[in-house]
Ligand binder design. Structure first.
Ligand code: GUN
Length: 287
């Protein structure tokens, strides 16, 4: 069994990004990411802080907007409009989930697709679906980079994706389908997840349920990508896979922490650098 070491790969990519960003800065271009956090959800605060720190490490300028839980939709839309119009800002990220009184769809659609480094705007989501170059959401992009680095081909492979969110499951399915895999997407209404995982060469799971994937649900030699992050009552951070048991059957498996998480953050930075190059160097301001 080989551990898919996302932490180490993300560190390597970060170093490469820092070199590229330093060189852009020498030419007066500073990649700049606006990060919007609404409210004080502890997990969202932790994720946003990790993103801000990663910007600092690589030299991406970060404009953090920490907004009150009760901000109105109109005020939030105005902040996004202002960021869209600001030529210094290359990327805009709105941390999800948003409070219930805000319509997430309208907020994501308000972001200029050229600055949509999270890849959540339907324009970018549609392009990813169609296999056209676009900003891909960071977690699926991180998973693809990890598989590519470890030379795990998707061509002709059976993949089971557990979790059908717009953030992870659906875009990951598109990227993997476009790379030649056969995809099953399981979700909350799926009757027998084991039926799909047992027949899968590659299993990707991210639903937030510790121990969901057990050893009896996987084939010998499978590749296991654990996208879940759960904090147990004893404080331990675990994914959705029973790691100790499943790792005995898997050929490759991601640890949690240190697998997909760091790859997600570095993918966001890659998208931000791409956005800066397009807007500030190639001067592409509209698709
Ligand atoms: N909430 C959970 N994952 C993500 C993510 O990748 N980006 C944003 N903006 N919010 C999230």
């Amino acid at each position: 069994m080989t551990l898919l070491d996302g932490k180490s790969l993300a560190d390597t990519i970060e170093k490469q990004l820092k070199t590229q960003i330093d060189s852009l800065k020498g030419n007066g271009v500073v990649p700049t990411l606006a990060v919007i956090l609404v409210g004080k959800d502890p997990a969202s605060c932790a994720y946003v802080n990790m993103k801000i720190k990663a910007c600092e490490r690589t030299g991406v300028a970060c404009v953090a907007k920490k907004l009150p839980e009760d901000i109105t939709q109109i005020d939030l839309l105005q902040i996004i409009k202002d960021l869209n119009a600001d030529p210094q800002i290359d990327g805009i990220l709105v941390q999800l989930p948003l409070p219930a009184h805000i319509e997430t769809k309208s907020i994501l659609e308000a972001i200029d697709p050229c600055k949509d480094v999270d890849g959540f705007h339907p324009f970018n989501a549609g392009r990813i679906f169609a296999g056209i170059e676009a900003f891909a959401p960071a977690t699926p992009m991180g998973v693809m980079s990890l598989l590519e680095y470890y030379d795990i081909s998707l061509k002709g492979k059976n993949v089971a994706i557990i979790g059908a969110s717009n953030i992870v499951g659906k875009p990951l399915a598109s990227l993997m389908l476009n790379a030649g895999a056969t995809i099953s997407i399981c979700h909350i209404l799926t009757k027998d997840i084991g039926f799909f995982t047992k027949n899968a060469d590659i299993i990707c799971v991210g639903v937030g349920k510790p121990g969901l994937i057990r050893a009896d649900m996987v084939a010998n030699g499978c590749v296991v990508i654990d996208i879940g992050i759960n904090r147990l009552e004893n404080g331990q951070l675990v994914g959705d896979v029973d790691f100790d048991a499943v790792s005995k059957k898997a050929s490759f498996i991601t640890p949690v922490p240190g697998g997909v998480g760091p790859m997600t953050i570095v993918s966001l930075l890659q998208n931000t650098l791409l956005a800066a190059r397009k807007q500030k160097i190639e001067k592409i301001q509209k698709y």
